[in-house]
Each structure stands twice: as C-alpha cells, then as structure tokens.
Design a protein around this ligand. Structure first.
Ligand SMILES: [Zn+2]
Length: 139
C-alpha cells in the first residue's frame, strides 16, 4: 500500500515536502556542516539527490536533520533509523522510519495498530518493539 502523504518533522511539525520530494538536511560522520538531501516520498524508494553531490560508503551511518528546526531526526526507537511524521490527514499521522545506514534499504511505517514494511525490510525482523503490543520481556 502506497500512501499519498505529506511528511512532517516530528519535532517542530513543519512540512518537509518540497515539490514532489522530501527535503532534509544530512551530515556524514566525517563532516561538520549540514547539507541538503532530497528523498523520494514513496516508502522503500531509496533514490536520493544531494546538494552538493556526495558519495556514501556502504555501511556508513548518516545523520538526518530537519530543514526548519535543524534537530536530529534519529528515532528514539532505534538509533540506526530516522523517524518522520507521515500525515494522512489533519488528525491522523503515522511514524515513518527508514534506515540511516547507507545500503540498508529498510523502511517501516508504524500505523495505528500495525507496522508496514518496505524496501528490504521483513515482517520477521522488525528492529523495534511493536508499539501496538505489550509483551513480557523474553529472557
Ligand atoms: Zn523540525
């Protein structure tokens, strides 16, 4: 299922959409400055465009930040994922998480009562606890 949704910053709530893309700032681990990156809004589509053009190494972790409030968008659920707010309408939003490890093409959309997987993500391998279920911790 592909959602035709708008992405917003979970910190300041500002829309991150630019034309048909999602605009964020990124920083490689060996850089100080934040630079611009445009992502595809379609979950699981990892095509992107950076300004200036940037090469990434497979397995490299990239920080993503909001273009408005400049806050780090790393998910509290898993530090290897970036979390955006996916607005369905004015009242309902989902959490969109995508891997910020270059080459790791996993995207998860956490809806009200389910988790949808995209890209190379797998239902058997969801890296953060299912928010809809409270389970006994396994020992
Ligand atoms: Zn923000």
């Amino acid at each position: 299922m592909i959602y035709q949704c708008q992405y917003h910053c979970p910190k300041c709530n500002k829309s991150l959409s630019k034309d048909t893309k999602v605009q964020l700032l990124f920083r490689k681990s060996d850089q100080k400055e934040l630079k611009e990156i445009l992502l595809e809004p379609e979950p699981g589509n990892y095509d992107f465009y950076t300004n200036p053009p940037t090469n990434f190494n497979k397995g490299e972790r990239v920080d993503f930040h909001c273009t408005n409030c400049k806050k780090d968008l790393t998910s509290k659920k898993d530090k290897n994922f970036v979390e955006l707010k996916m607005m369905v309408n004015d009242f309902i939003f989902f959490e969109a998480l995508f891997s910020c490890i270059y080459g790791d093409k996993r995207t998860y959309i956490i809806t009200e009562n389910d988790i949808d997987v995209y890209g190379e993500a797998n239902y058997d391998d969801i890296p953060f606890p299912d928010v809809s279920q409270i389970e006994e911790p396994s020992i």
